[in-house]
Design a protein around this ligand. Sequence first.
Ligand code: ADP
Ligand code: UDP
Length: 240
Amino acid sequence: MPETTPYRRVLVKLSGEALAAPDGYWLHPPMLAGLAEDIAATVARGVQIAVVVGGGNLIRGARISQAGWIDRATGDSLGMMATVMNSLAIETALNAAGVQARTMSAVSMPTICETYARQPALHHLDKGQVVVLAGGTGNPYFTTDTAAVLRAAELRCDAVLKATQVDGVYSADPKRDLDAVRYDRITHDEAIARDLKVMDTAAFALARESRLTIVVGSVHAPSSINAILTGASVSTRVVP
Ligand SMILES: Nc1ncnc2c1ncn2[C@@H]1O[C@H](COP(=O)(O)OP(=O)(O)O)[C@@H](O)[C@H]1O
Ligand SMILES: O=c1ccn([C@@H]2O[C@H](COP(=O)(O)OP(=O)(O)O)[C@@H](O)[C@H]2O)c(=O)[nH]1
């Protein structure tokens, strides 16, 4: 594996589903430990890491509100709280892997974790601590993909790494279209114009405005975060 990465500070976006066990239980400790060791190895190479994790292994507001018994904004509040649960699990696994981590939530929960603020977050990152950003944007009707791009822009990250189920951005959803082809590189404009669904349009649009690179790669390969950032694993770079 190449030893270097062009990135100095990266925001890693993990989906909630990446933490789930094969039997559907919300957490799979071996998966958590593997991700934590992967992030710890990346930090050991001098890369500053912020993490945004989703809540899709527990609750997605849009989905539960479809049933009619709960409104969308309340469902989204539950979803944001789910991201706090996942964040505390990641923080715990990172600390066990020997890297100092702290959760900062956009939804204020002062007895549980720090509340997100930009300057303290930058300070933690500069000290080499991993900052786990919980609670999404703190607002309903958004996703953690958008939260990831927002935080990456304000924390001056060099890139967002979306570690997901597929190894890049394809011409169509590769799970549905076997003829879909993977791009090595694509622009934000092209991703939006072709309506490529690997991230929501709000996230791509904010990345375009902030001129922020998004790297999409698979979370399933061993040491996937390190491998994607060093170029040892395939990925797609979404660039200005
Ligand atoms: N053009 C595309 N390229 C790659 N993946 C796509 C594309 N269109 C849809 N997808 C789907 O998007 C999924 C990733 O988005 P999402 O489910 O929101 O990720 P996550 O849960 O990791 O945040 C992939 O698993 C893939 O099936
Ligand atoms: O800024 C945000 C981020 C997330 N959410 C809620 O939290 C859920 C979990 O996040 P997401 O769906 O992005 O998780 P992932 O698919 O990445 O696991 C979302 O469905 C929303 O209900 C929200 O309301 N605002």
